[in-house]
Write a protein that binds this ligand. Structure first.
Ligand code: DGY
Length: 330
């Protein structure tokens, strides 16, 4: 029987042509999965989805024939992996290939927030750079990056790639990760010590029950005065209201954010009021080469599942009798 696969978004690079040779695919054109007919969902054997598609229990209950989910993302917090695992359904993701692109984005945000790059850009475009504000010794002062201390929360592949970049900037690097993993060149400390000592803090954890609001009001208050927070992992790890309050009170110097509790961020978010906050719209992995690799891995996972093979990059390999594991935000 020809399998039916729903792909929730057109994907770059012609890789879906190869998938279409092995199954019957339906590519959604802007409509949500939940908006599909009951028959369509019931007939679906496989899903290739994005991080913007909530794959929750209610949806899964309408898909009795589902045999695999392959997400074009490394993070899988949009997917109810627990329910899928109970049902012995493998979930694929795309680890490894977005490490450098995401680490570059984290560093871009760190530098931009420290040196007020976005604020300076706005200053000129809004016509404020005039002869009387041309240059002065205290004009547009920012925060030194070289020689500063960077605290990395989460020492998976992305956190380690950020540490390598920091070494190039002559920064001292502190690290904390829930697994206690030690990394060369990174001084492992407790989370509390990291927050207390770091001039810059960059978050590189997966979002899970244990990490939701890990940086809550108390931990943000425990950060070093004048510190900068960078988040390219998931918005749900940071309490945004507490972050906005810490920026407003002057406790923190700035923040560089690629991810938000709710995406797209609401235009009335207090974070957008703050001149020291640099925001970009979840583009950590958005380079042509990286996205092509992510699509390759996601299609590879789907192809393996269609052929009855274990997915090469599966977050719940326990669904297979004997399989290797690939977990975490890396
Ligand atoms: C992912 O793949 O989880 C990233 O957030 C995409 O940039």
């Amino acid at each position: 029987m020809v399998k039916r696969v729903i792909v929730t978004h057109a994907l770059p690079g012609g890789r879906l042509d190869a998938l279409a040779q092995q199954c019957d695919i339906k590519i959604l054109k802007g409509e949500s999965l939940a908006a599909q007919s009951r028959e369509e969902l019931a007939a679906c054997h496989g899903l290739v989805c994005l991080l913007t598609d909530p794959i929750d229990r209610a949806l899964l209950d309408t898909m009795p024939n589902l045999q695999f989910v392959s997400s074009v993302s490394v993070g899988v917090d949009h997917i109810d992996v627990e329910t899928l695992t109970e049902r012995n359904i493998p979930v694929g993701h795309t680890p490894g290939v977005l490490v450098d692109a995401t680490a570059d984005t984290a560093f871009a945000l760190l530098l931009a927030a420290a040196r007020r790059v976005a604020e300076g850009d706005r200053y000129i475009r809004e016509g404020n750079w005039r002869s009387e504000t041309r240059w002065s010794p205290d004009f547009f002062l920012g925060k030194d990056v070289s020689g500063a201390t960077l605290g990395i929360i989460g020492l998976g592949a992305i956190g380690q790639a950020v540490a390598r970049r920091a070494a190039g900037f002559g920064m001292s690097v502190l690290g904390w990760t829930p697994s206690g993993r030690k990394v060369a060149g990174v001084d492992s400390v407790s989370l509390e010590e990291l927050l207390r000592r770091s001039d810059f803090v960059s978050v590189h954890l997966a979002l899970a029950k244990e990490t939701r609001f890990l940086l809550d009001a108390a931990r943000i208050a425990a950060m070093k005065p004048g510190a900068v927070l960078v988040n390219t992992a998931r918005g749900g790890i940071v309490d945004e209201s507490a972050l906005a309050a810490a920026l407003d009170s002057g406790h923190l110097h700035a923040a560089g954010l690629d991810v938000f509790e709710r995406e797209p961020i609401a235009m009335d978010s207090p974070l957008l009021r703050h001149p020291g906050v640099v925001v970009v719209p979840h583009i950590g992995s958005a380079t042509t080469r990286t996205r092509a690799k992510m699509v390759d891995l996601a299609v590879g996972n789907a192809t393996a599942a269609l052929q009855g093979q274990p997915m090469p990059h599966c977050v719940n390999p326990g669904v297979y009798p004997a399989a290797s594991s690939s977990q975490g935000l890396s």
